[in-house]
Design a protein around this ligand. Sequence first.
Ligand code: HEC
Length: 183
Amino acid sequence: MDSYTINKIAGAVLWSLLVIVGTKVLIEELSVPKHPEKPGYEIVLPDEKSSVTSVAKKPGDGEGVQTLGAMLKAGDAVRGKKVAKKCAGCHTFDNGGANRIGPNIWGIVNQKIAGVSGFKYSTALKNKDGTWTFAELKCFLENPKKCIPGTKMSFRGVRKPGQLADLLVYLNKQSNSPAALPN
Ligand code: HEC
């Protein structure tokens, strides 16, 4: 074979390749593409309303949640005395009791915040105005560091609402003049 023949064969092969590829492209272009009615995937988003409702149903916010008054009404001082054992390593509860790691908390309900003389409070507590209302006590004793950031009371908190109610009712009784429970 001379180089001319080789060129002819190579040319013929190239041409047929070109024709095959060209035809394929043409067929693809001409055939009607089958698009889905909506392009892309359909993403099903969760129903916003339902997720919001489920959040609101968590205890602590929104409807179906007890008021402070209802919570305290269910509280019991005898059970609360047991809950208060968690505090006894740091606090005394009796009239005229000593300050320990924490201050004596006789008569704490409606007493001035950081008001026990002779106790060295944290700046966070000293700077907090007001008195220990049931609502303030609930907030603080449920989660001390979250309620008053910077407090030096190293205590996790009483997270169970029932126990917290019992404790608050008990604390209220440790006083010369227990306060009326809120409605
Ligand atoms: C590890 C020790 C510790 C434990 C346990 C603890 N406390 Fe305290 N408590 C403290 C300290 C310390 C302070 C002072 C906080 C500050 O100055 O920031 C304090 C402050 C308080 C105050 C504010 C007193 C005031 O005069 O303003 C109350 C009320 C209180 N504690 C109640 C309780 C109760 C109720 C419990 C148990 C459920 C408890 N604490 C458990 C150490 C403790």
